[in-house]
Design a protein around this ligand. Structure first.
Ligand SMILES: C[S@@+](CC[C@H](N)C(=O)[O-])C[C@H]1O[C@@H](n2cnc3c(N)ncnc32)[C@H](O)[C@@H]1O
Length: 230
């Protein structure tokens, strides 16, 4: 099956319990990483910000809580995930937050129409990383930022081994029990296997035309937030 079709169906199957499973799997520490990613984005007051692969809207709501003057657009191609985002919106959106159905590899937005873009825990799922980065850059105004927050390959071998036990062993087990789909939570860690390491991902940012590319390692290097300027 084509990867994007598989990914969409897989997320549809875990959407109803996605948020609860996420919090359980990370012990809630993902909230800290998300806050840090929003800080790295430094969205300008009143700006229009794109949350790519928004899922159930976590980063969109973080953005709107951080600065209610922002106009946040969350884009995702999985309707059941977007349903979750729309349900949360009434309680959690502090400003203008809208959710749209879109494939991040072909965004339905004009060139240079956003003041910042962010993507959380999703780059591993796209078919073409450089193509997605180019698309992010296309919709950004020159000089604005894109931040990608995702799982990464920890440089410390001991930590990496411990993390692998958790990620490849415990995540599918807990995901199966709580999240409702063992195969989905087996896919998610495996998607890291072919994902570029932090330096290589930074190179892909540059390849897509971003400048001033840098990254911050979080969670002992198991997570990275990459930042590039359009
Ligand atoms: C692991 S979830 C992350 C959701 C959210 N960003 C978060 O931080 O919780 C990955 C999301 O990426 C979406 N996704 C994957 N590939 C996509 C694509 N090509 N276009 C739009 N959404 C995509 C999936 O539907 C899913 O909602």
């Amino acid at each position: 099956m084509e990867k994007s079709v598989y990914v969409r169906e897989m997320f549809a199957s875990i959407a109803p319990r996605y948020d609860a499973t996420n919090r359980l799997l990370t012990g809630g520490v993902d909230e800290r990483w998300r806050k840090r990613a929003v800080r790295e984005l430094a969205p300008p007051q009143g700006g229009r910000i794109l949350d790519m692969c928004c899922g159930t809207g976590d980063l969109s709501f973080h953005l709107s809580r951080t600065d209610p003057t922002l106009h946040v657009v969350g884009a995702d191609f999985c309707e059941p995930m977007l349903d979750g985002a729309r349900k949360r919106s009434g309680k959690e959106a502090k400003g203008d937050v809208a959710f749209v159905t879109a494939d991040v590899m072909a965004l339905p937005f004009d060139d240079a129409s956003f003041d910042g873009a962010i993507m959380g825990f999703s780059m591993r799922n796209v078919v073409d990383i450089v193509g997605t980065l180019r698309e992010a850059r296309r919709v950004l105004k020159p000089g604005t930022r894109f931040v990608n927050l995702d799982v990464s390959k920890a440089p410390n071998p001991l930590f990496k081994r411990a993390f692998d036990v958790y990620f490849y062993g415990l995540v599918p087990l807990i995901g199966g029990l709580v999240g409702g789909s063992k195969s989905a939570y087996r896919y998610l860690p495996n998607s890291l296997t072919n994902y570029p390491n932090a330096d290589e991902l930074a190179r892909r940012f540059a390849q897509a035309g971003f400048t001033g590319v840098r990254y911050v390692r979080l969670g002992g290097g198991a997570i990275a937030a990459h930042v590039g300027t359009a």
